[in-house]
Design a protein around this ligand. Sequence first.
Ligand code: NDP
Length: 364
Amino acid sequence: MDKNHRIVLAARPEGAPRMGDFRLEEQDKPAPQHGQVLLRTLYLSLDPYMRGRMSDAKSYAPPIPLGEVMVGGTVSEVAESAHPDFRPGDLVLANAGWQTYALSDGSDLTPLAGLPRPSLALSLLGMPGFTAWHGLLKIGDPQPGETVVVAAASGAVGSVVGQIAKIKGARAIGIAGGPEKCRYVVEELGFDACLDRHDTDFARKLAEACPQGIDVYFESVGGEVFDAVLPLLNDGARVPVCGSIAHYNESEGGQGKDRLPALLSALVFRRIRIQGFIILDHYAEGFEPFRQDMSRWLREGKVTLREDVIEGLENAPAGLIGLLEGKNFGKAVVRVGEKAQLPKANNASAKKRKLRSPNDSLIN
Ligand code: NDP
């Protein structure tokens, strides 16, 4: 009998997660009951929010219980179906988590069709792309000629933020960890400049790259990057706060530098608007317009996103630990399985079938 391999949360991390905080388990593959499908994971998305879900500190989402499967978005293939709307071989966007097989009643599945490659549903055309689109356009509101500074610029969200800023006629200045990432951000993503956050002269070089100051700062990082940005924010600057990854591994009550007085003064003196957001709140009204914009830009060759593919479910813990240290280069995804080769007739019937989800396909 086929087995399900799954990675569960074995312990809550103190500081940075360690390999011992995860446990690989083997169980029998579950069987779908009436109205259910059995999903086989092809790609698992690795995202910074997973660090938050490993902790039981109060947050916008509940913690993963100890001993439970790590959560995560997936591109999955329907392996078996007892559901009228799904056939074996269908590709879906799912929330199967860190495991090779999972059951679903179909309510959380988005059928995928017409994508150049399925993993795009986890990157450009999925949650990270939507996060970039929403945060930049709905909060940052960049105007032609303005300077937009983007933290973690070679990563899943940051890459897209800078490319959209360019589409909107703004100057895009990236910040990334290391010369290779910075070269990629300028030469392949088309940012106007990129600064290495590890450079000892980073703050001065950032100021040089922004001679007119900063109008929009897309914040994902916090820490020393924020220290360098704050003095450069212009009157009326907008700061969409997407995340603060430099602090995710700090244990509760950690005594970091107190940035509050400087921040509050700057907010008042320079009439800065700073607004946090959680992308989960915006799917109902925003995902469809995002999908239309992004699929058009993708077709026109105006956006790209590098994927950092980790092979094998067993390497997901090291992948997440590395992501929190800046080791990923592009959108981190784990290749968990390959799509099964189906008989042609089966594929054809899947294409003709009426799909149930409003997101019939992720690309126009
Ligand atoms: P990335 O693909 O950008 O990977 C994380 C990157 O963060 C690393 O590659 C590294 O880039 C950078 N980083 C890691 N540690 C530090 C540090 N100590 N100081 C500075 N930079 C660091 O991740 P995502 O694009 O998926 O996520 C980016 C941010 O967006 C995160 O803060 C995440 O939590 C947030 N987010 C928020 C959402 C929301 O709804 N608000 C939704 C999705 C993401 P480098 O070394 O190049 O600097």
